[in-house]
Ligand binder design. Structure first.
Ligand code: ACO
Length: 466
């Protein structure tokens, strides 16, 4: 039993009336927890008094080992200092593995290239949540469960209507997803694995409906209800682009492209939004609130908001002839301008997702017969940046967002919807990481420390004397 369960077991005990609906699903089977201990260690020496401390090394299945500093404060009275957590492992995890130098991304051991070319988003969701690829029957059951949860509580339509029409769709997403906890009380008891599973299925299932409705609301069109005869991605396209007065025919190339975009964004280990979800969840907050926190974090232009920023940047650059000026600005330390869609905290090689997305961009533009000058501009920018020593030396390759914005724009999505699509796809990753955190017996409330550089204690001065 995890520490969180022990604390919360006494506090939350609401019975879940629909728990049985998830019984047809297999239990969440994470990989067997492996023994991470090693005989390796580091000695930390205080050069002032010569005192020494031993820090054990923990080893994962693949990738860099970690130095276990958990006992450091007790031993030395000091914390480690690592703003932005660039050198800190916050957890052990068996979900996603990234080798940023080699450009490798694996989910549960399967490469993103295999998943994008051989799998589909539903199967990838199953893989992330359960840890294994489904057999035929498991997949059918999973798709059925997700499909049967696509509708939203009808009262939620009134919640949407409370927003201004010009609200950013991500603002609506943060609000509506957080508000799900006010609609689905029967899946907020985090001590009950079945309730957690139902919350996960609800989130995966309802996210396309919420995402599509943020768009419909912004353009003043009626909400289009989910159609359970369609695939997850096809249904999403019809809720976004369909209207009640006409039949919407799903284009299979766009349906596949949408599905692939979802696969490519499904999870990405301990990034800013995922860590936000875990941190929010570490206090015992309910899953809907935690995912809403993840959406808020994803919104920023340095993270999920980058594909929106790429399109804005391409519009700002305007013409090929202006590229050198903007590249020079990106390199100028006194200019805040950065080339959006370039660089990544982890990938110091071509992001494998960007390679797949690049191919997909050409396929979609070919299918739609789009001759978008922005694409030409993007390709020119890509070539210039890939050959410029500033970008080469810093290993600043185009990232997945550089291409996703171009495809989504060609498919007819407004830029304000790009991050919404990312949030939709990432929900399965967030909820799986949240589940892993809840199940982890060693997990505690996340509480980083600081190096305090403010005033020492000082006497209070009365207002009259200031
Ligand atoms: N344009 C110009 N210079 C850049 C860029 C960029 N896009 N990205 C990094 N640099 C430079 C920095 O100025 C720094 O240079 P210096 O060493 O001379 O000081 C060096 O490259 C390292 O940059 P950091 O900011 O330290 O790298 P970090 O790993 O912290 O940042 C980040 C990664 C935030 C993604 C950054 O590259 C960036 O802002 N890129 C643009 C935004 C973007 O595309 N974000 C999407 C991320 S992918 C995703 O969320 C799916």
């Amino acid at each position: 039993m995890s520490v969180l369960h022990k604390i919360l077991g006494n506090i939350v005990g609401r019975k879940n009336p629909i728990a049985d609906t998830a019984q047809a699903l297999p239990n969440n089977t994470k990989e067997d927890s492996m023994d991470t201990s090693t005989t390796q260690s580091f000695t930390l020496r205080n050069n002032e008094d010569g005192s020494e401390f031993t820090l054990p090394v923990l080893k994962g299945s693949v990738g860099p080992s970690v130095i276990d500093v958990r006992a450091l404060y007790k031993q030395t009275g000091m914390f480690t200092y690592d703003p932005g957590f660039t050198s800190t492992g916050s957890t052990d995890s068996a979900i996603t593995y990234i080798d940023g130098d080699q450009g490798i991304l694996l989910h549960r051991g399967y490469s993103i290239e295999d998943l994008a070319s051989k799998s589909d988003f539903m199967e990838t969701c199953y893989l992330l949540w359960y840890g294994e690829l489904p057999n035929k029957q498991q997949k059918e059951e999973f798709v059925n469960t997700v499909t049967n949860h696509t509708m939203l509580h009808d009262q939620i339509t009134y919640f949407f209507r409370g927003f201004r029409r010009d609200a950013h769709p991500m603002a609506i997403m943060v609000g509506v997803v957080g508000a799900l906890s006010a609609f689905y009380h029967d899946s907020t008891d985090i001590t009950d694995p079945k309730q957690r599973q139902i919350a996960a299925m609800r989130l995966i299932a309802k996210m396309p409906t919420i995402a599509a409705w943020t768009y419909k609301y912004s353009i003043g069109q009626p909400f289009v209800y989910p159609k359970n005869s369609l695939s997850y991605s096809g249904n999403f396209l019809q809720m976004v682009f369909g209207v009640p007065t006409e039949d919407y025919v799903v284009n299979p190339i766009l349906e596949r492209a949408m599905d692939r975009i979802f696969i490519l964004h499904a999870d990405h280990e301990q990034n800013a939004s995922t860590s936000t979800v875990r941190i929010a969840g570490s206090s015992g907050a309910n899953p809907f609130a935690c995912i809403s926190a993840g959406i808020a974090s994803l919104w920023g232009p340095a993270h999920g908001g980058a594909n929106e920023a790429v399109l804005e940047m391409l519009e700002q650059i305007g013409h090929k002839d202006n590229i050198p000026e903007y590249v020079a600005r990106a390199k100028d330390k006194d200019d805040p301008f950065r080339l959006m869609g370039f660089g990544h905290r982890v990938y110091k090689n071509f992001d494998p997702r960007a390679k797949i997305m690049r191919e997909e961009a050409h396929k979609v533009l070919g299918e739609l017969g789009v001759n978008d000058p922005k694409l030409e501009l993007a390709m020119e920018l890509e070539q210039i940046a890939l050959n410029d020593p500033y970008f080469v030396e810093r290993k600043l390759y185009p990232n997945v967002d550089f291409y996703s914005g171009i495809i989504l724009s060609a498919m007819g999505f407004p830029t304000s919807m790009f991050t919404v699509l990312f949030a939709l796809a990432r929900t399965v990753g967030w909820i799986t990481q949240w589940e892993e955190m809840i199940e982890d017996p060693s997990q505690k409330i996340s509480r980083p420390r600081q190096l305090y550089v403010g005033h020492d204690q000082r006497p209070y001065t009365d207002l009259a004397s200031r």
